[in-house]
Design a protein around this ligand. Structure first.
Ligand code: EPU
Length: 430
């Protein structure tokens, strides 16, 4: 029997104070992969100290890189000829390892990356990654659980239309295109701030990219890139989690280290719900709420739409709002899987396909619940702030994958919260 991590949070709290967010996990992981594109030493700063980053470091080490951490900096020494294989034992723990596919294919002309499979929020295919690389001349097959790609003559520029603005496919194709021969155009590209951050690092490395931040990226391949030092953009999902927490608990929270423009729609929802939002340039915002929130409808969409990773927080807000909210999820088919846990906290939620109707209640009710993924876990902890009594959120290691110092930050904002190890449920045998 193994122990599970539990976060115990006392409800009835009001979040108040200031909190700083670190660099975005979903950017730092890709920036680390981008380092593979240039031999030599790249340094990435403002990197969150979370498990996913440690796993990515191990992926890079197995490819022959030397990777070292000092504070929030990671130094990556890339050899002239990095390895070409990412194994299942790592890829299954970090789906984002798939982002080494593009850079390795571009550098080495051959790569074998374990197929990541699905996860707790949906099936998450790779078809757009594969189709895009094939358009650039790669030969791609799947065998024994690996995606195997080769391009002995080198990749060549191509025009690629994505069926959907996939974050991962845009990143892989970008990282392949920067070293391909000729011009690549990615149409219907993802526009997330993390993509803009990746483009900034690639450009600094010597890549030629036009249209950054828009849905058509035009990349003129270059012969080689140079290593750089680059600071990771702030984590908008962690920032958004605090924003929703402030609104739900009738609190007053200032979040720094983040451009509020990355959360425009989310912050606007909080204003519609009755909150006050002040922004400070490109680096901070403050959310205050002095009444019970009014119900608001939310639809998740690719950036600049409302982020799917904030859906659990939107459900939490709706669960304590006055009135009924319609929440629509358009990105992941399994995102509502945690709803039963929210219901255990007393949330009145009904789902139908990719819609959820949430009827708000004055307060929620503490109960033991289980984190099923990073964002669901954080959403449950935030919702528990609005419950009477002490809520135990088990399998808290999921939360650690996206929120460095979550418990310490909650404490700083005035919450009575701690962590403990609890025994996993016993298994029964015949
Ligand atoms: N999809 C396909 N085929 C593809 C690629 C994607 O069908 O070839 C589908 C997926 O199945 C999914 C949808 O398109 O239903 C969106 O996938 P996308 O590629 O945009 O997402 P991702 O790159 O797999 C990243 C973040 C997610 C975040 C999404 C959407 C990382 C490591 N992950 O995933 O973050 O939710 O973009 O913004 O960057 C998290 O941090 O908790 C997290 C899940």
């Amino acid at each position: 029997m193994t122990d599970v991590d539990v976060i115990r949070v006392t409800g009835g709290a009001r979040l108040a104070g200031e909190v700083r967010v670190v660099g975005a996990k979903n950017s730092a992981l890709k920036l680390m992969a981008a380092a593979l594109l240039a031999p030599g030493r790249s340094v990435i700063t403002n990197v969150p100290r979370i498990t996913d980053i440690a796993i990515m470091a191990e992926v890079l080490r197995r490819l022959g890189c030397a990777v070292a951490f000092t504070g929030d900096e990671v130094t990556i020494d890339v050899p002239d000829e990095p390895g070409t294989e990412a194994d299942y034992d790592l890829v299954r723990r970090l789906r984002a390892s798939i982002c080494v596919l593009g850079p390795l294919l571009a550098r080495r002309g051959f790569v074998r990356v374990a197929h990541p499979g699905g996860d707790a929020i949906g099936s998450r295919g790779l078809d757009m990654h594969v189709a895009g690389l094939a358009r650039m001349g790669a030969d791609i097959t799947g065998e024994h659980g690996f995606v195997i790609a080769s391009s002995p003559g080198g990749l060549r520029g191509a025009t690629i239309w994505l069926d959907f603005p996939s974050v991962g496919a845009t990143e892989n194709l970008l990282m392949a295109a920067v070293l391909a021969k000729g011009v690549t155009e990615i149409d219907n590209a993802a526009r997330e701030p993390e993509i803009v951050d990746l483009c900034a690092m690639l450009s600094q490395m010597g890549a030629r990219i036009d249209g950054v931040g828009g849905s058509t990226l035009r990349i003129e391949g270059v012969g080689e890139l140079r290593p750089v030092r680059h600071a990771t953009v702030g984590d908008r999902i962690v920032a958004g989690t605090w924003a929703f927490g402030a609104a739900m608990t009738r609190g007053d929270v200032t979040v720094t280290g983040i451009d509020p423009a990355f959360l425009e729609i989310a912050l606007d929802k909080l204003v519609t719900a009755g909150g006050m939002v002040e922004t400070r340039g490109h680096e901070a915002f403050r959310v205050q709420m002095d009444r019970r929130p009014a119900a608001v409808d939310v639809v998740t969409l690719p950036f600049p739409g409302f982020a799917t990773d904030l859906l659990p927080m939107a459900i939490g807000l709706a669960a304590v709002s006055e009135g009924a909210s319609l929440i629509t999820e358009n990105i992941f088919d399994g995102r509502f899987m945690f709803i039963n846990e929210m219901a255990r906290l007393g949330a009145d939620v009904k789902t139908d396909g990719h819609h959820a109707v949430v009827r708000g209640r004055e307060t929620l009710s503490s109960a033991p619940v289980r984190a099923t993924d990073i964002r669901a876990g954080a959403g449950l902890v935030i919702a528990a702030l609005c419950a009477d009594g002490v809520t135990e959120v088990s399998h808290a290691h999921h939360i650690d994958r996206g929120y460095p110092d979550f418990v310490a930050d909650l404490r700083r904002l005035g919450v009575a919260v701690d962590r403990a190890l609890a025994p996993e449920e016993p298994s029964f045998t015949f």
